[in-house]
Design a protein around this ligand. Sequence first.
Ligand SMILES: Cc1ncc(C[n+]2csc(CCOP(=O)(O)OP(=O)(O)O)c2C)c(N)n1
Length: 320
Amino acid sequence: MTTDLPKEKLVEMYQKMLQIRGFEEKLFELYSQNLVPGTIHLYAGEEAVAVGVCSSLRKEDYITSTHRGHGHCIAKGADLKRTMAEILGKKTGYCKGKGGSMHIADFSIGMLGATAVVGAGLPIAVGAGLSVKLRKTDQIVACFFGEGASNQGTFHESLNMASIWKLPVVFVCENNLYAMGTRQSIAMNIENIADRAVAYGIPGVSVDGNDVLAVYETACKASERARGGEGPTLIECKTYRHRGHSRVDPARYRPKDEVAEWLSKDPIKRFRDKLLRFGVVEGEIQAVEKEVSLQIEEAVRFAMESPYPQPEEALEDVYA
Ligand SMILES: Cc1ncc(C[n+]2csc(CCOP(=O)(O)OP(=O)(O)O)c2C)c(N)n1
């Protein structure tokens, strides 16, 4: 495989993938020390999806997210310190520590929010797409969701509406084969979620979700189509989560050989090997790896040293 992408762009993509993985590894540890309120849904193994898609976007474009949202946030350019602080419930976090992992948002980078309600990001993406169309800007919206969410009514209504109104939305299904402990084949009789696009008269593409460049190229085509006023695309990224559904799930429902096969397709390792083949030297790669581990340490230190919000601030920024 070759690529026309400049080396800086490739290295930036690798850096983002490493940030997501490293950030999570720290979170995993902090959770066992009781420092993470609520739960967390880890994204390790799926980094190529968030980074491939967000690398095709502009800063002013929007994304909507899921309960597995900090990967999307980091890929869209969120500050690691404020993201870590939010998840640890600290006042310096993006939502002053009141959103946590499942409700983190940062409008300044177009991150419209994570959501704990499966399928809830889809209508929000359609609303954002409609707003873009009415305001006549050339922004687009990327909407992340799981294959489980594609069985929700919101998926079907959203794709239909986005299609008839030609809204600038790129629907990105992260098909990691399981919705909690339910295997895809138990919940639907199709193999490719992308096939559902036919019902709405829009393009549907399945792509190797562990290959960041394949995701990027597919997302670029869909983004161009959306920005050009031609309407939405459904992209299905075939991927796998390395860990259980949430931090407390040991994922015993997954066959060991299946897990081993997917671990051998680790998107970060694959991209690292590819970078070497594209002529990025080992020393440059190691320098990025070192820099990212320092950034993560810094994010943890910032979050740990930050104060919790005070009880009297509980009702601030709450709308009813
Ligand atoms: C409307 C709704 N139904 C059920 C749940 C419980 N639930 C949380 S995550 C999840 C699985 C979602 O699977 P998928 O959409 O494939 O995303 P993944 O977790 O695989 O990333 C379920 C059923 C929920 N949060 N919201």
